[in-house]
Ligand binder design. Sequence first.
Ligand code: 13P
Length: 251
Amino acid sequence: MRGKHVIANWKMHGGLETNAALLHDVLAGVTGLPEAVGVAVCVPFPYLTQAQALLRGSRVALGAQNLSEHPQGAFTGEVAASMLNDFACRYVLVGHSERRGLYGETNALVAKKFAAALAKNLSPILCVGETLEERDAGRTLDVVSAQIDAVLDHVGIAGFSGALVAYEPVWAIGTGRTATSAQAQEVHASIRARLACADAGVAEKLEILYGGSVKPSNASELFSMKDIDGGLIGGASLHAADFLAICRAAA
Ligand code: 13P
């Protein structure tokens, strides 16, 4: 049996005061949650220290939203995987569509970042997903397969045993428009099938999260699908009550 995860992506939101209040409420709310549901928050880099201190000893794991493909060096403004280790990060988002779309991250770069995370024992959360234009052109599965294959070719199937995948259709992110559970399930199943060609065992154990306007009102339906193993939550993760309701839906 695969586990389930609900992971918050705060994106570029937060502040010392609001973070403390939000994490306080999340920590209070997760106590009643079954252990089978893993919970994590991916915070902006400057708040890693704060979040590490507040989450220490709790069941809520810490993650970052990006990392450099390089281990160290003259890369002004970049953050290395080893630096994330210093703050006890367990997860790091790789290839979020906002990184791909707004900052030009290619499949090849995303594959290098994925490898950099694995090299420092971080669990990369590989984000994949198509734009509306690509979906309308009937290219969804091709686009997502190419995003998966770039990483598979670079790190091999074994790399996926330490990772998670998040399917996040770009048209559903922050738009209030969610993929239907059937649309999401189709893509999740195709990702698993693709990886199963390389290693059925790894593919079966891989957690594939859905992201894109997940809310308390649609989470249960999405998470009830066979290949949807939880969610990567943007907007709703900034409100403790909504995030916790989504966590409960994964239980
Ligand atoms: P929303 O939940 O705000 O649509 O964001 C999804 C997302 O991009 C999480 O990484």
